[in-house]
Design a protein around this ligand. Structure first.
Ligand code: C2E
Ligand code: CA
Ligand code: CA
Length: 583
């Protein structure tokens, strides 16, 4: 053995010297001995250097007994430890050996030969232990990996998939299983031999490993079949992007033992939670989809669930991320102007919420308000809308558009929320706008649900001073006598009636009747969804007060709106003779 590095921890200088002499005495061993006299110095030396063996006296000035051993063992990371004990504490030494000390020597009874042999054996035993541990690890590795490619094998893939499923179920996540099969691999194997086939499989494995994320598990099930587990997917786009990437990656030419080989692969994909709940069925379905892909066209991919389109995904991911959307500041308001049909002036603005989703882009209220209603998230979202709209109105008023009212939509749940009145009052107070500048829109259907509640709530809101609009009117089949009992300022004719107003006599008659009725009740009538000049002319002819719709303007952002007003020459509230025909 070459030089042995020994750490000698012994506070008695006489004992220390003796040990050193004994080691040198045999002359067989060249030893580099570092001698320290306390636990503290021993630990600090162990931090900076490594040793082949530690000779340790258990009773030191700063530590006694078994504690000395455990502390050194902790810091000596795998270095064998031989104890030096007095005659009277052999029992202690035995205990230490049970805890991993390699040997013990009784001070005063040690001869040179014995000491050196003990040191050598301790080192040798430790080396064997480490090797055995390595062999055990290797065996473990073999049990869970494919020998040819060193990728996880079927067993490990199932394991990881099962784990990922547990996690995905708990956090309502999604994951995809890709089943890959090389096209024409068998032919290649038959014609060029197994060595070429094996090498190709290794290159495929390397390519997959190099391009996929660390968190994705790639496995070889056997033959030319590979599976991939993709975590953290959000939508169908994520899946197809990954599939296309893999198809491209594997279709690049291979150089195998000086042969140029081209090879494509077919991929089938199954997705949790749509296609299955457990590893077994997800793999089976991905396999099934792979066969379909192969049959249809080699070098392509297929989702198991053909009807799994972007919408299903969209709905799922919306539910997940809606919860964090407020905190992440992802909502924004767009504003659609309303116009007087008589003067052409802008008479009001409706605020409409949008959600700028980090992955899906701009999401419209139709795609998340119902879900927000279901989950109750509409309450905080609605409050945000109310506050933002009032805040924005404050800015416009300061900019000179000081007669402009802004409308905010209230959903059914919001309207029934106990804190509604408080929220409205708070928003008004914080933005310091006149209450009359705020219009609250509730749909006819919503208003009719519990008439007593509606009347009493609207009355309180009227007392605060806000205006009330009845939205989507005509779709709720309300009894007209009810209408009379509601304290309503504005009535909005639903766009479904406006759509064919100029073409369909019935719709024309309905709109005309609604206008007449509302006027007799002292309400202002706004026709929604006006898209064409014909519609506009008809509405004018029946003396409808106002219109809102794409014909004049789509909903625009808060910054765009004032510019929009000015460029039309009609700052709100400033009287002019501009007629709608000129707009
Ligand atoms: P709504 O209150 O009836 O709002 C009018 C909807 O019609 C808006 O759709 C608007 O963009 C659209 N629209 C405007 N002019 C035209 C037109 O000429 N033709 C057609 N075809 N459509 C037009 P949007 O913004 O997608 O909002 C849809 C619904 O979502 C709203 O219907 C409202 O019920 C709800 N919503 C929007 N913002 C909020 C909000 O902040 N809170 C609540 N609770 N609901 C909201
Ligand atoms: Ca509305
Ligand atoms: Ca409406």
């Amino acid at each position: 053995m070459s030089q042995i590095k020994i750490l000698l921890v012994e506070d008695n200088p006489g004992d220390a010297r003796l040990i050193e002499e004994l080691i040198r005495e045999t002359g067989k061993t060249e030893a580099a001995i570092t001698d320290v006299g306390s636990l503290a110095t021993a630990l600090s030396v162990l931090k900076d250097s490594t040793f082949d063996v530690v000779l340790l006296d258990l009773s030191l000035p700063d530590s006694q007994g078994l504690a000395t051993f455990t502390c050194v063992q902790e810091h000596a990371s795998g270095t064998p430890i031989i104890l030096l004990t007095g005659l009277d504490d052999e029992t202690l030494a035995v205990k230490a050996m049970q805890q991993g000390a390699q040997d013990y020597l009784v001070k005063g009874k040690v001869e040179a030969e014995l000491l050196v042999r003990a040191i050598r054996y301790a080192i040798e035993r430790q080396r064997l232990l480490v090797e055995m541990e390595k062999a055990r690890e290797f065996e473990q590795h073999l049990a869970y990996h494919d020998v040819l490619t060193n990728l996880p094998n079927r067993l490990l893939f199932y394991d990881r998939l099962a784990q990922a499923l547990t996690h995905a179920k708990r956090y309502s996540g999604k994951l995809a299983v890709f089943f890959l099969d090389l096209d024409g691999f068998k032919e290649l194997n038959d014609s060029r031999g197994h060595t070429v086939g094996d090498r190709l499989l290794q290159i495929v494995a390397q390519r997959l490993k190099s391009k996929l994320r660390e968190s994705d598990t790639i496995a070889r099930l056997g033959g030319d079949e590979f599976t991939i587990l993709l975590k953290g997917i959000n939508n169908a786009d994520d899946v197809s992007r990954a599939a296309v990437k893999i198809l491209e990656l594997l279709s690049e030419p291979y150089l195998v033992n000086d042969y140029a080989v081209t090879m494509s692969c077919s991929i089938g994909v199954s997705v949790f939670p749509f296609d299955g709940e457990d590893a077994e069925s997800l793999i089976k379905k991905a396999d099934f989809a792979m066969y379909r892909a192969k049959k249809q066209s080699k070098g392509s991919f297929q989702l198991y669930n053909l009807s799994m389109d972007v919408t299903t995904f969209k709905k799922m991911s919306i539910e997940n991320s809606l919860r964090t959307a407020i905190a992440e500041n992802e909502f924004e308001l767009h504003f659609q102007p309303q116009l007087s049909l008589k003067t052409g002036l802008v008479t009001g603005i409706e605020s409409l919420v949008r959600w700028r989703h980090p992955k899906l882009g701009l999401v419209y209220p139709g795609d998340f308000i119902p879900l927000a209603e279901e989950t109750g998230l509409i309450v905080p979202i609605g409050e945000w809308v109310l506050r933002s709209a009032c805040g924005q109105l404050g800015i416009w008023h300061k900019a000179g558009f000081n007669q402009l009212p802004v409308a905010v939509n209230l959903s059914a749940r919001q309207f029934r929320e106990i804190s509604l009145i408080e929220t409205v009052a708070g928003a008004l107070e914080d933005s310091a706008i006149e209450p009359g500048g705020l219009v609250l829109e509730i749909t006819e259907t919503n208003a009719m649900q519990d008439l007593d509640y509606t009347i009493s709530t609207l009355e309180v809101l009227k007392e605060i001073g806000v205006q009330i609009a009845l939205d989507d009117f005509g779709t709720g089949y309300s009894s007209l006598s009810y209408l009379k009992r509601l304290p309503i300022d504005l009535l909005k004719i639903d766009k479904s009636f406006v759509k064919d107003v100029a073409k369909n006599m019935d719709d024309g008659a309905i709109v005309s009747a609604i206008v007449a009725l509302s006027k007799s009740l002292g309400m202002t009538v706004i026709a929604e969804g006006v898209e064409t000049r014909d519609q506009l002319e008809f509405l004018k002819s029946v003396h409808c007060d106002c219109m809102q719709g794409f014909f004049f303007s789509e909903p625009v952002s808060g910054e765009e709106l004032p510019q929009f007003l000015s460029s039309n020459g009609v700052p709100a509230g400033v009287s002019s003779d501009v007629t709608v025909a000129e707009v």
